[in-house]
Design a protein around this ligand. Structure first.
Ligand SMILES: Nc1ncnc2c1ncn2[C@@H]1O[C@H](COP(=O)(O)OP(=O)(O)O)[C@@H](O)[C@H]1O
Ligand SMILES: [Mg+2]
Length: 381
């Protein structure tokens, strides 16, 4: 690629190429004048002509000075496609137009935006840097997302930053969250199995790459299209961590109501592992089957007590045996005895083949009764 630096007397033509995860700009390949590592510490600003809808080049910071380069629209797009999401861009307002807030989570807002480049809609997660949420936390979340490439996991398109904020551009999921779906309709067996298979797929993939999600719950499950449960995406990697980092990365994190007992009563001498995601999936399944928002319940009472919920929940008696059976396996308090994500996946794959003996609801209730989790304490009776 050729880029040009305009000077008053003579313009300099440079070669631009990517080598070893670095953008290199110079007169020759062997000794480039400017070398920019492609990572989330490096900033680049695109110059874009809004009227023509064309890129004109880019600006970088070099030795505390801004250096502007001109480049053809085609070359800019080519470069962009190679570094999108891997480097920080400046000036989100020059590329996106805000439409409306579509979600608000623990760490900030998610806004529907329209790209001035391709006119398509995207979601933009806005994260404010503050004491609660440091730059390192955000970079960790971004690097986690960068490492994951799976059909049921949301991907980063681009990352913008300003002095006080980070902006993550992602695919916009028209269908909203699973929480929103559960609020207005009851799902049938096939739909529930379809959802569980996709979430478990994402978790198995994450675990295989050494990551734990730690915040699986209906608000963090997105539907690509309206009312379409065949294409769902796990989002929100704010609490996700590499297994070896959990001790240093907020070991007690998660959402009360969906947190596994071993996360709540975190023990430094015996750190938990990826099995905690299976428990959260079990809570999510419970939430789908009964319509209960476990998060709300636990927020009110600071206690997650399945015993109380089951007794209150008349609907539970009408739940099919296969679901009751897997629910018990996923909500097993001891992580070593809890079913693994892979085995749970197999269970849902063969859901129709399992002809369960009639399970007495009272028996199930008796078994679930053994799980009672207090936010500050966890015990098995
Ligand atoms: N790609 C997306 N498309 C549509 N809505 C989204 C998207 N990402 C997030 N949201 C909405 O924003 C909410 C918060 O996003 P999330 O990543 O979970 O942030 P937080 O870490 O603050 O919980 C989600 O629960 C959902 O309602
Ligand atoms: Mg969230």
């Amino acid at each position: 690629m050729i880029c040009i630096r305009k000077h008053t007397i003579i313009d300099q033509h440079y070669l631009l190429f990517i080598h070893d995860d670095k953008i290199c700009i110079g007169k020759n390949i062997l000794n480039p004048k400017y070398v920019l590592p492609i990572n989330l510490q490096t900033k680049l600003e695109w110059t874009f002509d809004k009227e023509k809808s064309q890129f004109q080049g880019f600006i970088i910071e070099w030795n505390n000075q801004k250096k502007q380069f001109h480049m053809s629209d085609q070359n800019c797009q080519e470069l962009k496609s190679q570094i999108d999401g891997r480097i920080l861009y400046n000036e989100i307002n020059s590329q996106y137009y805000p439409i409306q807030i579509v979600g608000e989570g623990t760490f900030g807002k998610v806004i529907k935006v329209v790209s001035l480049i391709d006119r398509k809609e995207y979601a933009c997660k806005v994260m404010k840097l503050d004491k609660k949420f440091s730059k390192n936390d955000i970079i960790y979340e971004l690097m986690t997302m960068q490492s994951l490439n799976h059909e049921n996991i949301i991907k980063i398109k681009e990352v913008y930053s300003s002095k006080s904020h980070f902006f993550i551009i992602m695919e916009y999921c028209r269908g909203g969250t699973l929480r929103e779906q559960l609020a207005y309709r009851t799902l049938n067996q096939d739909q529930i199995v379809m959802i569980m298979k996709q979430i478990l797929n994402a978790i198995i993939y994450m675990n295989s790459r050494g990551f734990i999600h730690r915040d699986i719950k209906p608000d963090n499950i997105l539907l690509r299209e309206q009312n379409d449960l065949s294409s769902i995406l796990v989002c929100d990697f704010g609490f996700a961590a590499k297994v070896e980092d959990i001790v240093t990365k907020h070991p007690n994190c998660g959402t009360p109501g969906y947190m596994a007992p071993e996360v709540i009563k975190f023990d430094q001498t015996n750190p938990y592992n990826e099995q905690c995601d299976v428990f959260s999936c079990g809570s999510l399944l419970y939430s789908i089957l009964t319509g209960y928002n476990l998060e709300m319940q636990s927020e009110e009472s600071e206690i997650y007590n399945i015993e109380a919920q089951v007794y209150e929940e008349k609907q539970f008696t009408s739940i099919n045996n296969q679901f009751k059976n897997i629910l018990l396996k996923m909500l097993e308090p001891s992580p070593n005895q809890r079913i693994t994500a892979k085995d749970a996946q197999k269970y849902f794959e063969n859901f129709d083949l399992f002809l369960m003996e009639e399970m007495n609801s009272l028996d199930v209730i008796q078994k679930l009764k053994h799980i009672s989790i207090n936010k500050n304490n966890c015990h098995q009776f």
